[in-house]
Design a protein around this ligand. Structure first.
Ligand code: FMN
Length: 138
């Protein structure tokens, strides 16, 4: 499984690594990929997408790399199962509710509830690992 993320200060990246650990512990292969390195064609051959981005701007996805990536895949992901995650700071998670709604609008089904963590995932490591384990069971 491919986990594609954008992270400014490493918080969402840490989540991605922990989710990858959980997927591996759950018996599946996991590859953690920075969105700037993703091969979209390869990614689109997957049935399950695991996508993470922190809250940026004013409750939006990061605009120079992650947002264009979402736009690029948007017309090609109908029917896919998608797990969403990301770190936030002072907001209430609105960016992730919007991301989830948008992916549903593209025809995806969302695996569980998106996983959001305030700032560093240090106190939420197990939660991230468990999220990965759950994805591995799909
Ligand atoms: C330019 C900028 C914009 C941000 N906008 C928001 C926001 O709208 N809502 C929020 O909850 N946090 C916001 N944050 C806080 C980050 O989401 C938070 O620091 C997060 O842990 C960063 O994760 P990352 O290291 O994976 O990028 C913003 C941070 C920066 C630097």
């Amino acid at each position: 499984m491919k986990i594609v993320y954008w992270s400014g200060t490493g918080n969402t990246e840490k989540m991605a690594q922990l989710i990858g650990k959980g997927i591996t512990e759950g018996g599946k292969e996991a590859e953690v990929i920075n969105v700037s390195d993703v091969n979209v064609n390869e990614l689109l051959s997957e049935d399950i997408l695991v996508l993470g981005c922190s809250a940026m701007g004013d409750e939006v996805l990061e605009e120079s790399e992650f947002e264009p990536f979402v736009e690029e895949i948007s017309t090609q992901i109908s029917g896919k199962k998608v797990a969403l995650f990301g770190s936030y700071g002072w907001g209430d998670g609105q960016w992730m509710r919007d991301f989830e709604e948008r992916m549903i609008g593209y025809g995806c089904s969302i695996i569980g509830d998106p996983l959001i963590v305030q700032n560093e995932p240090d106190d939420n490591e197990q939660e991230c690992i468990d999220f990965g384990k759950k994805i591995a069971q799909i």
